[in-house]
Design a protein around this ligand. Structure first.
Ligand SMILES: [Zn+2]
Length: 631
């Protein structure tokens, strides 16, 4: 052994030791049961296809560290996974972890470039699976430089290196030790001895390898060998978990950072959704845009639901105020918050639905409130043999600030009705049900199809018409209550001057007509369509002569005709003196002024009452364990 080799051995020793001494996140472990994790670096397809399958056969899952720049490539550890494999990975319950994007060497790369490569890998993942997040990391090729370790630690719950040993006693979450299986693939006894030692010392043994194939590369092992190790690990009585689950089981600091969205994805893509005969899961879906003033109360009213099997999903539609920050304070196991660039209410609702797992869907706008027993009462009427095609509805009352003073005005839609009868009454008598009143089964939601993103106004009116079309009828549940916060300036009474909104509203009217006639084309349904158009002509008159002409044509096709719209006597003298446009705008402006006066008065009273200890939301119980106050 010459000087040179002595020197290189010393250098190697220094490398292995240097980083392990600094930037530690120590944590003392003493699990009831020893822990074992199986991990795969890079990760080759065969790791998932063969290795993942073996784990699954034992009812287990592993952690797969991905370098997304390698996707599909042929590498020293075999062919790397393809994008479709990520879906399979989650379906099979495995965890996805982070390697560097370009698989750069942990020792030979300067810390900044190394950090950039991690940022790239995270960004690439967002581009593929927007709700997925890397929670753990594994160092490629070598041990990290000390500064590298310090730099990247804040990104992850844990970082894993090598070291061919177990983690016991005071472990370092920023540099967990792992045992590479390929180094003992001709010596199963060494592996078994390590499992035994882990058992005696009640430690956490993390196995790592790369490809699992009949002719493995020098970095992998065969399925037989791998299965042998898994079987021995299982028989040892150790608790076998993927890395982040193990950290959660150990109760390590930072594990509360594990975002529910990740779990939702994992659960959401599960292929065989359990059709449990047990309690249905209800998804409360809240699209939110610039609702900082209301979102906290709305969320509290969702969390306070006495129906216990629920998940709450808020999709922030690129709010420019504090909506997202406020909503995030409520994140928990059952409250998931996601955000995307502003794309409108309908897309945001579709996104929320795509993330949910519920058997029933409760739509809830970010300023409305549910009575605590709203969902429970509705599901109670379904009983044991609930027909999934029944559409449940409830009472709703309008308010601005004081929910206690909400006006519940019964209409003839508040009944059990067949689809045709419901749409007929809605159109013929110009009535509506508020969005949150419905409780819709997944089957019915899927049959109705997605929210129509062309609907810049009346998206809910059009959507629920389709839901009703697919239903076997509505079931009205009296006593189940929704508090509908309405300042009316956003309602149909005020379409504003946006041409796109006019057109969307006309499209919705046209579709309503088609839906009703598709169920029944008789004199009474045609009459309802005509009444509906007549009442709503005011929105288009006189500015949108083109739409008025189309409406007149449609009316003639239905065997009737439209009259010029009606304007209250208070404004008809303005119309005579100054013409239609000025008269209509005056009417709208007067209404806006009246509403804003009502609003500020109601707000004032509400503030005074609130100071006197009145609740901001319709609670029935005082203490709610699930109602975590904002941190
Ligand atoms: Zn690697």
């Amino acid at each position: 052994m010459g000087n040179r080799s002595l020197w290189s051995r010393l250098a190697g020793y220094y490398r292995r030791r240097a980083a392990s001494l600094v930037f530690r996140r120590s944590f003392l472990i003493s699990p009831q049961q020893p822990l074992i994790s199986f991990t795969f670096d890079d990760f080759p397809r065969s790791a998932l296809v063969a290795g993942g399958a073996i784990l699954n056969r034992f009812g287990l899952a592993g952690t797969f560290y991905a370098a997304l720049n390698l996707v599909g490539k042929e590498t020293a550890s075999g062919q790397i996974f393809c994008l479709d494999d990520l879906t399979t990975l989650f379906e099979q319950g495995h965890e996805l972890g982070c390697h560097t994007f370009s698989h750069c060497d942990s020792w030979n790369t300067d810390p900044r470039t190394f950090e950039d490569s991690i940022a790239k890998n995270r960004a690439a993942l967002k581009g593929i699976l927007p709700d997925a997040e890397f929670m753990s990391f594994s160092y490629p090729i070598e041990m990290p430089r000390p500064l590298t370790k310090g730099r990247i630690a804040p990104y992850f719950l844990s970082c894993r290196g090598g070291g061919q040993t177990i983690n016991t006693g005071r472990i370092d979450l920023n540099q967990l030790s792992a045992y590479f299986l390929e180094k003992s693939r001709d010596n199963i006894q060494a592996v078994k001895d390590l499992i035994d030692r882990n058992q005696q010392e009640r430690g956490w043994l993390i196995f790592a390898t790369h490809d699992i194939s009949d002719s493995p590369t020098q970095f992998g092992c065969t399925p037989e060998f791998f299965e042998h190790v898994v079987r021995y690990a299982v028989s040892s009585g150790a608790h076998i978990l993927p890395v982040v689950k193990a950290i959660e089981a150990l109760g390590a600091p930072g594990c509360e950072r594990v975002r529910p969205s990740r779990r939702l994805i994992q659960a959401g893509v599960r292929v065989n959704r359990k059709s449990t005969k047990t309690t249905p899961l209800v998804s409360i879906l809240i699209p939110a845009f610039n609702a900082q003033e209301w979102i906290a109360d709305t969320l509290r009213s969702a969390i306070a639901q006495t129906w216990e099997r629920k998940e709450i999903i808020v999709v922030d539609d690129g709010s420019t105020d504090r909506t997202l920050a406020i909503a995030r304070q409520f994140e928990s196991d059952c409250v998931c918050i996601v955000t995307h660039k502003n794309q409108g209410a309908a897309s945001t609702r579709n996104r929320a639905f795509s993330l949910c797992r519920g058997d029933y869907i409760q739509w809830l706008d970010a300023d409305d409130l549910l009575a605590p027993d709203k969902i429970a009462r509705q599901l109670a009427v379904l009983g044991q043999n609930g027909d999934r095609k029944t559409l449940l509805s409830s009472e709703f009352g309008q308010f601005m600030y004081q929910w206690q003073r909400a006006h519940f005005v019964r209409t003839c839609l508040w009944e059990d009705l067949s689809p045709v009868e419901w749409i007929l009454r809605k159109m013929g008598q110009n009535l509506y049900m508020q969005t949150a009143t419905w409780l819709v089964s997944r089957e019915l939601s899927e049959a109705a199809g997605p929210w129509d993103t062309r609907m810049l106004s009346d998206d809910d009116g059009e959507y629920f018409c389709r839901v009703i079309l697919k239903s076997s009828g509505t079931r009205f549940v009296s006593g189940a209550k929704v508090y509908y916060r309405s300042f009316r300036s956003g309602s149909l009474a005020y379409l504003g001057r946006s041409h796109l909104k006019f057109e969307a509203f006309w499209l919705s009217m046209h579709l309503h007509t088609r839906y009703l006639l598709s169920l029944e084309d008789t004199a009474r349904t045609r009459e309802a369509c005509l009444l509906y158009m007549q009442r709503n002509m005011i929105h288009f008159y006189p500015e949108r002569a083109d739409i008025v002409r189309q409406a007149e044509q449609l009316a003639r096709d239905l065997g009737g005709e439209l009259r010029p719209p009606y304007l209250s006597w208070k404004y008809s003298w303005i119309r005579r003196a100054f013409g239609w446009t000025i008269a209509k705008n005056t009417a709208l402006e007067m209404r806006k002024i009246k509403w804003s006066l009502e609003k500020s008065l109601d707000k004032r009273i509400f503030q005074v009452r609130n100071r006197n200890g009145r609740s901001a939301i319709p609670y029935t119980r005082v203490a709610l364990s699930s109602d975590t106050p904002p941190r």
